[in-house]
Design a protein around this ligand. Sequence first.
Ligand code: ADP
Length: 342
Amino acid sequence: MKDLTPNGIALRISITVAIAVTLIVFLLEYFISTVNVFLILTVFPLAFLASYIGFRIAVEKFIYKKIKVIYRTIHKLKLKKGEEQKEFSLNQIQEEVEDWDKLNKQEIERLKGLENYRREFVGNVSHELKTPIFNIQGYLLTLLEGGLEDPSINVNYLKKANKSVNRMISLIEDLDEISKLESGAIEMNIEKIDLAELIKEVINSLELKAKKNKGTIIFVDESNKPVWVKADAGGINQVLVNLIVNSLKYGKENGETLIKLFDMHDNILVEVADDGQGIAEEHLSRLFERFYRTDKGRARESGGTGLGLSIVKHIIEAHNQTINVRSTVDVGSTFSFTLKKA
Ligand code: ADP
């Protein structure tokens, strides 16, 4: 690539000039008298040096004059009221332009990231909505084409259509939740709460679901005393529900979900452990990503939106805490997160 800096331009012109001057001196000597090699060797560097200095100054002046007006205008726009227009050198201009270029590149990268995120998000959402919508369409068409009169399928198909509608509602609710969490629209209402009490309430609310899934939820509460933490009650309620519901969904028949609390100096560590299907090592690092599923077919079948764990992670991070998972296939999974003691 051609070097278009004042230095590069002056260098190229000076080399040409020095070659031309040396050639002229050589020809003059050749035709007038004998060729003096020493003179020729001296003429080249001298001609080069003189023309380099001359051209470098001239090129700089030329460029400076050309960009001065533009630069002044840009600078004037940046000046605050009452601030003086300062003088500037070519080096300063170069530095500022380079800084500006760096900033723009970073901004472009950031916007590209956002654009990728948006594209991926829209793609995922439409993909997730497609299945229930096409299912509903299929059930309705069958009913319209005579199925409505057939008692062996009408109620069954209406129930199935209703299930798909419920799946869409869950998806919309989770999407709404996650977009609010990501945009910071939901503020955590951090207050002193009794975590042990909250866990018992969540377990009670999930009793029916556990029965349906043939699972048991046990709170291993050894102290039987209140456990005070600083947390948003609604947020942690949601975290516990999502983790426990997953343990039931991906658990085995007659499986157990154990909830344990550990005292860790300033924090309380909460563990939600199951003895279900477990998660293969390669999925663990991506588990908390939006719409990530280890077994797409089975997870959708069980009505999952693929957003549950990502919502959990957002809520825990909004508490400035972390969530982890360890798991062994066919043995079970343990999700653990911390909360500050109150
Ligand atoms: P989903 O709505 O699909 O359950 P989640 O974000 O809650 O979405 O979970 C993401 C994926 O992680 C699930 O599809 C499932 O593959 C896996 N997963 C979550 N919890 C467990 C668990 N306790 N045992 C095994 N796999 C799990």
